[in-house]
Design a protein around this ligand. Structure first.
Ligand code: G6P
Length: 373
């Protein structure tokens, strides 16, 4: 009903605007007075956690992209291999699982049958399972050894938005907790990242407040486009995949997300005059090689006539050079940038779907939670 939407035209609109709150609430109560991470709910003893030598994330759809983002951070912080696998592929290829493997199931609903079957298999093989879930008492957390709840609040729109940012935050907390327990990072470093995480809600709010008009104008301009390519590198790669998925799900547009480095290995063949290409540009600070490579990717598609939509850090002069439209992100660390970069892409998909007259909350053929295999 209109009242449930709290004045927003759709649940999706409301939920995108709850991204900042979803991040803030997922951080709430997860630190002690000294600023150390306390995850009491993760009832796996520290000795057991210390023995974990590999993490396998299983998930479907948007949740799997949160896993892909987390992989970059957790491997960097904890120095143990992290694999991310679609839950429905995982079980059928005789995956290697040991008591030292931690399987992390990410699921907003906690009822996705493919993910549930994957964790059952993992537990049968003697691995421990931790669920990152947004729904108290759902099947996946019930059948897991431990659970870390995202506190995004109920998500009604079929296309996942606020749950995605909350999943990234929860997975990051888990990674930092591991780093704390295993001693792979200095306490100060962990505290520093926690501080940065705590500043993300206001950065997301800034994007919502200042970029929505540009996003809407760009959507209006591109509403008749038949296909979109999304490119990103490093953590921008899963953001590209998620941006592509959102647009496909609710605006029924053919989209593909690619790792920007793959451009020359295939996707560039698709680019001709007017083809919209969305590019997530990493910060130019610190990681200039990555930044330069992504920028030259924009230059290449632009040279072939692409319509370029760029997500870039405020004040990045290179990003603008070959861009037809820019969605700005406030300055933030690279590993945390997906939390802001996905926001204009969520808005963009919603605007496109609205402009085409579709029901953004209930896209055709899709279910909020798929409880069959
Ligand atoms: C369905 C939804 C997607 C969601 C996926 C995983 O396909 O339409 O939006 O990402 O399921 O759902 P889960 O509840 O496990 O996160």
């Amino acid at each position: 009903s209109a009242a449930e939407k709290g004045g927003w035209p759709s649940f999706m609109d409301k939920e995108i605007h709850e991204d900042p709150e979803a991040v803030a609430n997922t951080l709430l109560g997860r630190f002690d007075a000294k600023g150390d991470i306390v995850l009491d709910e993760v009832r796996i003893e520290p000795e057991v956690l210390r023995s974990i030598d590999r993490i396998v994330v299983v998930a479907c759809g948007t949740a799997s992209y949160a896993g892909l983002v987390a992989r970059y951070a957790i491997e960097h912080w904890v120095r143990i291999p992290v694999e991310v696998e679609l839950a429905h592929e995982f079980r059928y290829r005789d995956p290697i699982l040991t008591p030292r493997t931690l399987v992390v199931a990410i699921s907003q609903s906690g009822e996705t049958m493919d993910t549930l079957m994957a964790i059952r298999h993992a537990r049968e093989q003697g691995s421990r399972v931790l669920a990152i879930c947004n729904t108290q008492g759902a099947s996946i957390p019930r059948e897991s050894d431990a659970v870390l709840y995202t506190h995004a609040g109920p998500e009604i729109a079929v296309a996942s938005t606020k749950a995605f940012v909350a999943q990234i935050v929860a997975a990051y907390l888990l990674g930092l907790y591991f780093a704390q327990i295993k001693g792979t990072m200095f306490r100060d470093e962990i505290h520093h990242i926690v501080q940065q995480l705590r500043s993300m809600p206001e950065k997301i709010q800034w994007v919502l407040d200042t970029q929505a008009d540009t996003v809407n104008r760009t959507a209006t301009h591109m509403v008749n486009a038949r296909s979109f390519l999304f490119l990103g590198r490093h953590v921008g790669y899963p953001v590209a995949l998620e941006g592509a998925l959102k647009l496909k799900e609710i605006a029924y547009t053919f989209t593909e997300g690619f790792a920007a480095g793959e451009l020359k290995h295939g996707p560039i063949a698709l680019v001709d005059a007017g083809e919209p290409v969305v590019v997530i540009v990493p910060s130019s600070r610190g990681r200039s090689t990555l930044h330069n490579k992504v920028v030259s990717g924009i230059e290449e598609v632009k040279a072939r006539g692409a319509y370029t939509i760029v997500v870039a850090e405020e004040g990045d002069p290179d990003a603008e050079r070959y861009a037809d439209a820019v969605f700005w992100r406030p300055v933030c660390s690279t590993l945390l940038s997906p939390l802001v970069d996905v926001v204009p892409l969520q808005l963009f998909a919603m605007d496109m779907a609205m402009l085409k007259g579709y029901d953004v909350d209930k896209p055709r053929n899709l279910a909020k939670s798929v409880t069959v295999e």
